[in-house]
Design a protein around this ligand. Structure first.
Ligand SMILES: [Zn+2]
Length: 270
């Protein structure tokens, strides 16, 4: 009887946990992430999926996304990474000198993702600066259309899932190019509609409901298509494609729960 009650309590807690992860807005989730760090290894004990960022294995990941972009088994219950975070980490770890360069790397991280922020900050080979319009965890606050920093300043630049929100994406890309050192590189991922050859913009779509319907999220102002790398090139970058399937086995893609269709663009300044 006691055992049965205990099982029921655990089951209720599990359901509650799942409910919170799905319903709470991501910024709030991140603020209370220590709760997840405690419970995740208990509730999701197992070895079917593995997060490349926290290095932990679980029975499964959680579902995530709005109605128009809902995905199953993608959110790490420990540090809340998604497919794109695990892909970027894999690239940095296995295919770049980000973690083991023999000189200090000057890094600018726009809209720093919480799952990376502390890890990058603690990394001794980085001279790490974060910037955002409002985020309380950013070192400096500014508008990406006019970055208040000198030209040719950073070896590495991250600006993920930002350019679909800004008014003039090309202007922001030019600014990112300006502050990058020649020889530098950056990762500026955006949600990309692989079925669309050209980026879709329509300034007459302004209501949150319409934006979600057309651009996948209430606060998106465009939906990038397969021409996204052309935008980066117009802004001055040379673009290299990192195809998931060319660098990872189907077993790895499945275990890390990475989107096999996602293309990581490495934008270089020559
Ligand atoms: Zn994780």
């Amino acid at each position: 009887m006691v055992f049965l009650t205990f099982t029921v309590i655990i089951e209720i807690m599990k359901q509650l946990y799942k409910f919170l992860l799905n319903k709470l807005p991501r910024p709030l989730l991140i603020r209370i992430s220590y709760v997840f760090k405690f419970f995740a290894p208990i509730f999701y004990k197992g070895n079917n999926v593995e997060c490349t960022v926290c290095g932990k294995s679980f029975r499964k990941f959680l579902s995530y996304g709005s109605d128009t972009a809902h995905r199953e088994n993608v959110l790490c219950p420990y540090d809340l990474t998604l497919e794109r975070h695990r892909l970027m980490w894999t690239y940095l770890k296995e295919h770049s000198n980000f973690f083991d360069a023999d000189k200090t790397i000057d890094v600018l991280h726009i809209a720093p993702e919480q799952c990376f922020h502390k890890l990058f900050k603690a990394q001794e080979n980085l001279n790490y600066l974060t910037g955002d319009l409002v985020s309380p965890i950013a070192d400096i606050h500014f508008d990406l259309h006019k970055i208040p920093l000198d030209d040719n300043k950073f070896d590495v630049l991250f600006c993920n899932h930002v350019l679909e929100h800004v008014e003039d994406a090309m202007q922001c890309m030019r600014e990112l190019h300006r502050v990058m050192k020649p020889g530098g590189w950056g990762i500026m991922q955006v949600p990309q509609d692989f079925s669309r050859s050209e980026t879709y913009e329509d300034p007459s779509i302004t209501s949150p409901e319409e934006r979600e319907k057309h651009f996948w999220q209430k606060d998106h102002v465009r939906l990038f298509g397969m021409d996204y790398p052309d935008w980066l090139e117009t802004a001055g970058f040379e673009v290299e494609r990192f195809d998931v399937n060319a660098h990872m086995s189907p077993e790895q893609v499945n275990r890390f729960r990475i989107n096999p269709k996602e293309i990581l663009y490495i934008a270089r300044k020559v």
